[in-house]
Design a protein around this ligand. Structure first.
Ligand SMILES: [Zn+2]
Length: 336
């Protein structure tokens, strides 16, 4: 995060620092639970808030520790819903789908700060959407932890609250029937975002991601949405090692779908783990390519209020330059 802020401070882009809300801020906690209740389980949010203290008081961990899940949920023949275990140790697995997303002493504070940022960013765009042209049409929220792997019921892939879903809820509180597009260009498939909106025709989810990569069980082209949401989930998997030319071809396909959808709000789930030397990704994308990706995106969807949410990206030394390249490309685009 510091690498990004340093690069931004040396650039001409406007930065607004938002004071992170703390876990002790009761107003925020109340707002968080209210706004996320349609996409995140109440018991799950409660788990995020209290489980560290429970583990600590049960003597399961030291103050710098966390519990690694032992047993995840799995399909059964009983037809009965799987209930949350009473045992605090076992709940680590009930509310997770992998072992990447521990909960430690400061975790909840960081989770709340990241979610708050997504919310504030979405809220800032409501002014522009309601015709106040002096308000910004784009906000880039530097959220960490990221969000797109969280399905609202469990942690995974370093994600705890789905920030894109939170943005959708924020916009819907003012514009309940708006059409919203989500362009997910993190290297990994946003299984959580897909899950949340799979049967929702008012959210078009488009993802470009590494084929057969993490989270392994989702992201295929034939996952097209269900029920009324059929046709509103677009997966564009791309072979590992793909060139920028191949990437841009997929991007054009995704942007065409989004442009046809006539959306009123856009979320870009932006991950820089598509960078060529990222330890968790494997596309051949370089710093200057982010400008091209950004410019094409904005040109296709010009004038639509856009919230860009930071997802992954793990080459810290290049993150600042990559973010700047994206922002420069975004700014250079015109509606022509
Ligand atoms: Zn990722």
């Amino acid at each position: 995060m510091l690498a990004i802020l340093k690069a931004l401070h040396l650039s001409k882009h406007e930065i607004r620092l938002i004071q992170p809300s703390t876990a002790e801020d009761n107003d925020w906690s109340k707002r968080l639970i209210e706004t996320t209740s349609d996409t995140h389980g109440h018991a799950y949010l409660q788990h995020l808030r209290t489980i560290y203290d429970e583990w600590l008081s049960a003597g399961l961990i030291e103050s710098d520790g966390h519990v690694l899940p032992e047993c995840f949920t799995f399909p059964t023949a009983t037809g009965k819903p799987l209930r949350a275990p009473k045992d605090a140790f076992a709940r680590a697995g009930y509310y997770a789908f992998d072992m990447s997303s521990g909960i430690m002493s400061q975790s909840y504070q960081a989770i709340v700060a990241s979610a708050n940022l997504a919310w504030e960013g979405a809220d800032m765009l409501v002014g522009f959407a309601s015709g106040q042209v002096t308000e910004p049409d784009t906000v880039f929220a530097l959220c960490r932890p990221p969000g797109h792997h969280c399905d609202g019921q469990r942690v995974g892939g370093y994600c705890y609250i789905n920030n894109a879903a939170l943005a959708v809820s924020t916009w819907r509180s003012t514009y309940p029937n708006s059409s919203i597009g989500i362009l997910d260009i993190d290297f990994h498939h946003g299984n959580g975002t897909q899950e949340i909106f799979y049967d929702d025709p008012k959210v078009l989810y488009v993802s470009i991601h590494g084929e057969d990569e993490y989270p392994y069980y989702t992201g295929a082209e034939d996952e097209i949405g269900a029920g009324k949401g059929e046709g509103f989930n677009v997966n564009l998997p791309l072979k590992v090692g793909s060139s920028i030319e191949n990437y841009l071809a997929k991007l054009d396909t995704g942007l065409k779908r989004l442009a046809e959808y006539k959306l009123e709000f856009l979320v870009v789930s932006l991950g820089f783990d598509t960078f060529h030397s990222d330890p968790l990704g494997s596309f051949q994308i370089h710093t200057e390519d982010y400008a091209t990706i950004a410019a094409r995106t904005r040109e296709s969807l010009y004038g639509i209020p856009a919230l860009i949410l930071l997802e992954g990206g793990y080459v810290i030394d290049s993150l600042g330059a990559n973010v700047l390249s994206f922002l420069d490309g975004w700014k250079s685009a015109s509606g022509a």
